[in-house]
Design a protein around this ligand. Sequence first.
Ligand code: PRP
Ligand code: ZN
Ligand code: MG
Length: 225
Amino acid sequence: MLDKSRLRIAIQKSGRLSDDSRELLARCGIKINLQQQRLIAYAENMPIDLLRVRDDDIPGLVMDGVVDLGIIGENVLEEELLSRLAQGNTPSYKTLRRLDFGACRLSLAAPLDFNYTGAECLNGARIATSYPHLLKRYFDEKGIQFKSCLLNGSVEVAPRAGLADAICDLVSTGATLEANGLKEVEVIYRSKACLIQRDGEMSADKQQLINRMMTRIQGVIQARE
Ligand code: PRP
Ligand code: ZN
Ligand code: MG
């Protein structure tokens, strides 16, 4: 059984945000032994438990109130939000702070030989993505029709595999696109990591701990500016 009196923070287990998330918590003075490949890690010097999960699961864990805090990319957060709204739910959470890492963009990309002349030329196209709701919002605003091909990984191989005409995926350095013969043609969303908190009451002890963390995060980020 998990101890509910301890502050529960979800971070990405392995991926683009993992190292920076861990470093930020370490700089807040939280001593965590992450030697073992465990789902849950306990802080040695503060009443904090760290849940190490897939990034895609973090917004839901916070919105469902399963964890108190989460460090997540705005792209993943916004997609989950739109997805829940589309299902008729009214998700709730608070953004405590935008962080200074995890910068990336969600972009449309097409094969190098694709004669791209603007978003309209993708009208009717099939587009592979893990972000169907962000993509739909973008195209809806422009009045463009599209067919989506939902893939949770290896999105960049879809055009070559004949599954889609173009893709909508995250771009950080651009190496993945380049390695797959694709060119970025449109940025549809710019993202950074952020710290979010579940809705609802927080015990006085947890609130105090969060306040202390926020002060330290502020200091850490200011020092890096
Ligand atoms: C994204 C995206 C590409 C890669 C692009 O995945 O799906 O695979 O990063 O980065 P690049 O431009 O530097 O090559 P990411 O690892 O962020 O998300 P995931 O772990 O949830 O798939
Ligand atoms: Zn992911
Ligand atoms: Mg990836």
